[in-house]
Design a binder for this molecule. Structure first.
Ligand code: SF4
Length: 194
């Protein structure tokens, strides 16, 4: 049944997806700390980013409920990843939508507690035209419950280790990466399955 889920994740737009054991998910405090220092420009802006998420300790507790996960990636030209363009926003939006769609498919297959995580700030991706995250401001529920998912960064998930376990190569893309030297990068998502 999980192989069917992997298939659906790829059909939804992932470049590749793998089933991994939650035992292979490494949670590291220093990675979560990087959201704050050096402070990400999106720090604190949504309920899906620190300090509004339960962080590494909370994620470790959460993992106790789960045995496996679907780990997926989308390969994206570095030129898009390093630019502040609408295209960049769109690929992050796709990342969240694939994660949420996989979570929904898992639930429809009977994995009632499936829970998806993505990357990037949902404030910047989905609510960039709004002054506030609706949840943080106390005005109501999330505007995009069917798409927006929490970023793995705030929980300290070591994506490089997970990529290695999945058998994928991952180049670290930063604002200084030269697209000619490193033409492609990857965005990753994770869906926990009980
Ligand atoms: S309301 Fe917007 S910023 Fe807040 S959690 Fe939902 S998508 Fe993210």
């Amino acid at each position: 049944m999980l192989s069917k889920l992997v298939e659906q994740t790829c059909l939804a737009g992932a470049t590749d997806a793998k089933i991994v054991s939650t035992k292979d998910i490494s949670i590291e405090h220093h990675l979560a700390d990087m959201c704050k220092d050096p402070q990400c420009e999106n720090y604190g802006l949504s309920k899906s980013c620190p300090p509004h998420v339960s962080g590494p300790d909370g994620f470790r507790d959460l993992l106790k409920k789960y045995e496996r996960a679907i780990f997926f990636r989308i390969d994206v030209p570095t030129e898009i990843l390093v630019s502040p363009s609408e295209d960049r926003r769109e690929v992050f939006r796709l990342l969240h939508e694939i994660a949420a769609a996989t979570e929904l498919s898992a639930k429809e297959m009977g994995y009632d507690d499936a829970r998806a995580f993505a990357g990037g700030s949902c404030k910047r991706i989905f609510c960039h035209e709004h002054p506030d995250c609706r949840v943080i401001s106390g005005a109501g529920e999330c505007r995009y419950p069917d798409s927006a998912r929490a970023s793995m960064s705030g929980y300290g998930v070591n994506l490089f280790k997970l990529m290695k376990i999945a058998g994928w190569q991952m180049d670290r893309i930063t604002g200084d990466t030269d697209p000619e030297a490193t033409p492609m990068g990857s965005l990753t998502g994770l869906v926990l399955i009980e």
